[in-house]
Design a protein around this ligand. Structure first.
Ligand code: UD1
Ligand code: UDP
Length: 371
């Protein structure tokens, strides 16, 4: 049984790393292929988890279009499958890498297992193009690792056979436990040390991220207006690691530069970002992964999207869906920051930190056995 793990972006790397680490620990052979849909943002994760790809397709181009990206992934993956055949490919989530690698594998009669399977908004424009990516990957996949009961139910509703689905929790929680443990045991780096000097814990700290394509234009303008308004309160400090997508960089640096309590910084390496999250009082973000991580750190998230496929966090009160309405963002942020004890205990609905072990066990017992 030959196993290939394939991913391309920062969040996929963070969420697939725990699986690679379990496979290594159990001495189960596998090959790792990165499309490098992201470059710098991917490489820092590979470095932190000490992962060395066997194949690096190095496809990222500045301001890449979805179609160019897709065609390069299909043709480069075909070259890999021409060189070496695999029985199973593991892909993750909802990126262009996941759906196009799954398609390339299907074209070569290779089975596909989907990690973080079954998340749905059923609105193909939100998140765009991720909702369709994950539906496509779900149709192609032979095995589905669902993070929650809800995501399993979505797949059952789509007539996926129950024996092909396993609820695992989200491996982002595995990665988070690994990272918190390393930080607790003394891990640090230049970026964490720099943040320690800059973050004033006596202030109300807001951490901001954003990168969704459906918010380009008016959505990002509205978010910037809300941040500008919030920054008028000098008790508030805002740290915004700006995503490397040039469309995001242009708007954010143009609208928010030069304000004393708004710190626009480059994307942080993963452990530094986790350290910074843990020191924040509030997060404003459209990120999927951050919605899953924040409840474990007891940090509320204002989700700047119209829809979310992570409704578990909304239902348990960890996150609030605010869209990109300026007034709503400001009102909810002030409400949370002005509440007496803003650090309250949350219950994390996204996993127990053993997702990767469950996935590897399933592959060994149900897929390797049948091969
Ligand atoms: C991608 C995923 C999105 C995921 C996000 C995580 C798709 C369609 N989108 O969006 O689902 O939530 O990653 O961050 O798969 N860039 C760099 N260096 C990097 C990374 C990006 O310069 O390390 C710049 C490049 O100019 C690149 C652009 O960002 O062309 C956009 O990258 P892309 O992967 O196409 O889209 P994201 O918005 O990052
Ligand atoms: N993250 C990071 N550095 C940053 C911002 C985020 O390492 O500057 C991590 C974060 O902890 C989470 C993941 O990146 O695990 C989320 O990635 P992103 O928001 O880009 O993508 P999404 O989860 O929305 O697909």
């Amino acid at each position: 049984m030959k196993l290939l793990i394939c991913f391309g972006t920062r969040p996929e790397a963070i969420k697939m790393a725990p699986i690679c680490l379990v496979l290594k620990k159990e001495n189960i052979p596998f090959k790792l292929c990165v499309t490098a849909q992201h470059r710098e943002m991917l490489d820092q994760v590979l470095g932190f988890f000490d992962l060395a790809p066997d194949y690096d397709l190095n496809i990222m181009q500045p301001n890449q279009s979805l179609n160019m990206l897709s065609s390069r992934i299909l043709s480069e993956m075909d070259n890999i499958f021409e060189k070496e055949s695999f029985d199973l490919v593991l892909v993750h989530g909802d990126t262009t890498t996941s759906s196009l690698v799954a398609l390339a594998a299907f074209h070569r009669n290779c089975k596909v297992a989907h990690v973080e399977a079954g998340l749905r908004t059923y609105n193909k424009h939100s998140p765009f193009p991720e909702e369709l990516n994950r539906q496509l990957t779900g149709r192609i996949a032979d095995f589905h690792f669902s993070p929650t009961k809800t995501s399993k139910q979505n797949l059952l509703n789509e007539n996926v056979q129950e024996s092909k689905i396993l609820i695992t929790g989200n491996t982002v929680i595995d990665a988070l436990f690994i990272t918190l443990n390393r930080i607790d045991n003394g891990y640090t780096n230049a970026s964490i040390e720099n943040l320690k000097k800059r973050i004033d814990c006596s202030k109300k700290n807001i951490l901001v991220t954003g990168h969704r394509r459906e918010s380009f234009g008016i959505g990002f303008e509205n978010l910037c207006n809300a941040i500008l308004k919030l920054s008028q309160n000098k008790d508030i400090e805002i740290v915004y690691p700006v995503h490397l997508n040039p469309k995001v960089q242009k708007t954010v640096y143009h609208r928010l530069s030069g304000i004393k309590n708004i710190h626009l910084i480059a994307p942080l390496d993963y452990p530094s970002f986790i350290w910074l999250m843990s020191k924040s009082n509030l997060i404003i973000s459209d990120s999927g992964g951050i919605q899953e991580e924040a409840p474990l750190l007891n940090i509320p998230v204002l989700v700047t999207r119209e829809t979310t496929e992570r409704n578990e966090g909304i239902k348990s009160g960890c996150s609030i869906l605010v869209g990109t309405n300026t007034t709503r963002i400001i009102e909810e942020a002030n409400r949370i920051l002005n509440a007496g004890n803003i650090k309250y205990k949350m219950s994390n609905p996204y996993g127990d930190g053993f997702g990767a072990v469950k996935i590897v066990d399933f592959i060994q017992n149900n897929i390797f056995e049948d091969a």
